[in-house]
Design a protein around this ligand. Structure first.
Ligand SMILES: CC(C)(COP(=O)(O)OP(=O)(O)OC[C@H]1O[C@@H](n2cnc3c(N)ncnc32)[C@H](O)[C@@H]1OP(=O)(O)O)[C@@H](O)C(=O)NCCC(=O)NCCS
Length: 316
């Protein structure tokens, strides 16, 4: 097996790998990865996607790509075929691809941080090259809440002065302030450093709300909690559509001073009520295991663990 620059290969070379990967995302995470796969194939045809391909007898058996975002490198995806020629060697090929991607990113001039979230790969499976290269590992859970069960309204009413509205464009800028304040000194701002600053949170929002990378943003099931007397946004929930009947919560946070008064639960219930009314079958989200309170909160509300994966961060 040879590891070669991904930019030598076009969409027809990569298509069989991505077709299998689309099936895995659907089976494991209820996630329709087709649009992301098409985007990767378009980039491949433009020969602008940095990464590596595993090649044997002229055929691509696996790939790994990364992107540069300022001084940060992000490993976007990694997949190795689970059939034919790769049988028994899948992990070995994946590790080899990762070794190449990690050393290229760490040696890229001006890159001070590298992040990777390998969603479809079970926790620990591919940790070796990351840990050897000095990455910190954050175990993360993928949770799913079936929406076929009867809808239960929140047990506690909202405090006077707090009300909910559906996401509008006017929430965009203030939401960046809510995210930055909600994640100050929080483990998730180590996993995703965008949360640390207003400009980073705006970039996060831009990726979620305007780009169809993490599903398609769904304004109808995304809500904002407003404290009317002070005209303050106290919390928010963002949801995207990741398959025809599955929503994925990409963000849920409450300002520290408004926590433990039921806002988080109301945001979740309002989101679920909207999805139920539109006949969605499930809503999913990811949570860092170290974020014990949030994990316990989701489990209490009926979310079920589906899959455990790793997030990796290197700060040079
Ligand atoms: C997780 C988070 C969104 C919860 O938001 P919240 O508005 O505090 O949520 P709620 O008030 O509905 O519930 C939180 C807890 O307060 C309790 N609570 C709710 N109303 C209460 C009240 N009136 N009095 C006392 N406790 C109350 C709930 O029972 C719940 O307890 P639990 O954690 O043991 O389940 C919030 O802690 C947060 O923003 N954290 C930082 C960002 C984050 O971790 N987001 C999740 C990433 S996956």
């Amino acid at each position: 097996m040879e590891i070669l620059d991904l930019r030598h290969f076009a969409s027809h070379d990569l298509r069989p790998v991505l077709e299998e990967e689309v099936e895995v995302w659907q089976r494991l995470l209820q996630w329709d990865y087709q649009a992301s796969a098409e985007m990767i194939l378009r980039y491949a045809d433009s020969r602008i996607l940095p990464g590596y391909a595993a090649i044997e007898r002229g055929r691509v058996h696996g790939y790994c790509f990364f992107v540069y975002e300022g001084s940060k490198g992000v490993i976007g995806d990694l997949y190795v075929l689970d059939s034919g020629a790769t049988r028994g060697r899948r992990r070995e090929i994946a590790l080899e691809l990762l070794n190449h991607a990690i050393s290229t990113l760490q040696q890229s001039p001006g890159i001070h941080r590298v992040e990777a979230q390998l969603l479809v790969h079970p926790a620990d499976e591919l940790s070796e090259p990351f840990l050897r290269a000095g990455f910190h590992r954050y175990q993360r859970q993928f949770l799913s809440l079936p929406l076929d069960a009867a809808y239960h309204p929140p047990q506690r009413p909202l405090e006077p002065g707090i009300d909910m509205h559906r996401w509008t464009e006017a929430d965009y800028q203030p939401a960046a302030h809510v995210i930055t304040a909600a994640y100050a000194n929080h483990v998730d701002s180590n996993v995703n450093d965008q949360y640390r600053t207003i400009s980073g949170s705006l970039r996060f929002l831009n990726n979620i709300v305007r780009f169809p990378g993490c599903g398609v943003f769904d304004a109808s099931s995304s809500f904002v909690a407003m404290h009317r007397p002070s005209n303050t946004r106290a919390g928010l929930l963002l949801c995207s559509r990741v398959s025809h009947d599955v929503g994925h919560i990409t963000q849920l946070c409450t300002l520290p001073e408004y926590r433990r008064s039921g806002i988080g639960e109301h945001l979740l219930r309002d989101c679920c009520a909207d999805l139920v009314a539109r006949r969605f079958s499930a809503v999913t989200l990811t949570v860092t295991e170290e974020n014990q309170r949030a994990l316990a909160f989701y489990l209490r509300l009926g979310f079920k663990p589906m899959h455990i994966f790793d997030g990796y961060v290197w700060e040079g």
